[in-house]
Design a protein around this ligand. Structure first.
Ligand code: HEC
Ligand code: HEC
Length: 221
């Protein structure tokens, strides 16, 4: 029961912080909050901790959305999006377009690879960072130390886990029915994207400042 509460409330907390920064219209805030609450209570997060209860929805939902545990968990939640621009690792890619799994962290991998005959074709690729606004070519959050994974659920419900490498990057040549859902998972913690997407070039939207309404970088949970 307890892990479900942590997951679900972390989800809501992250959403609030994003809304603070982007100051959306009140009606949209209400809508997104309602969606966040629905996601927290509806069973999506709960079912990821499978085995906690058979009837996941109702019982876990009311516990997860109780204001007291949500407020308590807020203090321990991961990074928000209202943070300065910084290259946390202090390390940068400096070898140009030399083919490597650690090349150009933060840049739109697939956009560039699609223009090159030598570069492999990826269906999913991107970079996870420790904070929300990190520059291109700055090494991201090492997945070899944290064990971070990207979990893709495609339109057919097929779930694929993709490892995050030592500079925070991840990539796959698998085939995915569109649109897909994505989240970053470290142990029992996760950050999920509400929207489903039709392009796997994660860094094309998750730029330093965020494009196409993305809040910034993909951040560790
Ligand atoms: C500006 C263009 C550009 C960007 C951005 C870029 N790549 Fe590449 N990548 C290339 C090119 C060109 C090659 C092929 C180089 C070669 O064959 O020498 C390549 C090759 C690779 C390879 C194969 C390496 C090997 O040993 O054969 C991997 C893995 C890779 N890129 C991952 C990524 C990832 C992950 C990202 C995003 C975080 C990324 N690339 C971003 C241009 C780019
Ligand atoms: C077309 C643009 C776009 C692409 C491509 C995209 N995202 Fe997103 N992402 C967004 C937007 C917009 C949001 C904020 C709204 C939401 O959560 O749906 C977001 C939110 C997220 C979040 C939640 C952020 C938080 O902590 O609240 C994660 C995690 C995430 N994306 C991961 C990914 C991954 C992994 C990929 C690639 C497989 C990806 N995204 C591709 C636009 C995109």
């Amino acid at each position: 029961m307890r892990p479900a509460v942590v997951l679900a409330s972390g989800y809501a907390v992250i959403d609030e912080r994003r809304l603070n920064k982007h100051t959306l219209a009140p009606s949209l805030i209400a809508l997104v909050s309602a969606l966040a609450a629905a996601a927290a209570c509806g069973g999506t997060s709960v079912t990821t901790v499978s085995g906690t209860t058979a009837d996941g929805g109702t019982d876990d939902g009311s516990a997860a959305c109780d204001p007291a545990p949500c407020a308590t968990d807020d203090a321990g939640a991961g990074a928000g999006f209202d943070t300065p621009t910084i290259c946390t690792s202090g390390k940068n890619w400096s070898r140009g377009d030399l083919g490597s799994a650690s090349m150009h962290p933060g840049r739109a991998c697939i956009t560039c690879h699609d223009q090159s005959i030598q570069a492999p074709s990826f269906t999913i690729a991107g970079t996870v960072f420790p904070t929300a606004h990190e520059p291109d070519d700055c090494n991201g959050a090492s997945g070899t130390t944290s064990g971070a994974q990207i979990v893709i659920t495609d339109a057919n419900g097929k779930v694929t886990k993709i490892a995050v490498n030592s500079v925070g990057s991840f990539y796959s040549q698998g085939s995915f029915a569109l649109p897909f859902r994505a989240k970053v998972v470290v142990g029992t913690r996760e950050r999920a994207m509400f929207a489903s997407q039709k392009t796997g070039d994660c860094n094309a939207c998750h730029t330093e400042t965020g494009d196409n309404s993305a809040p910034g970088r993909i951040v560790l949970p």
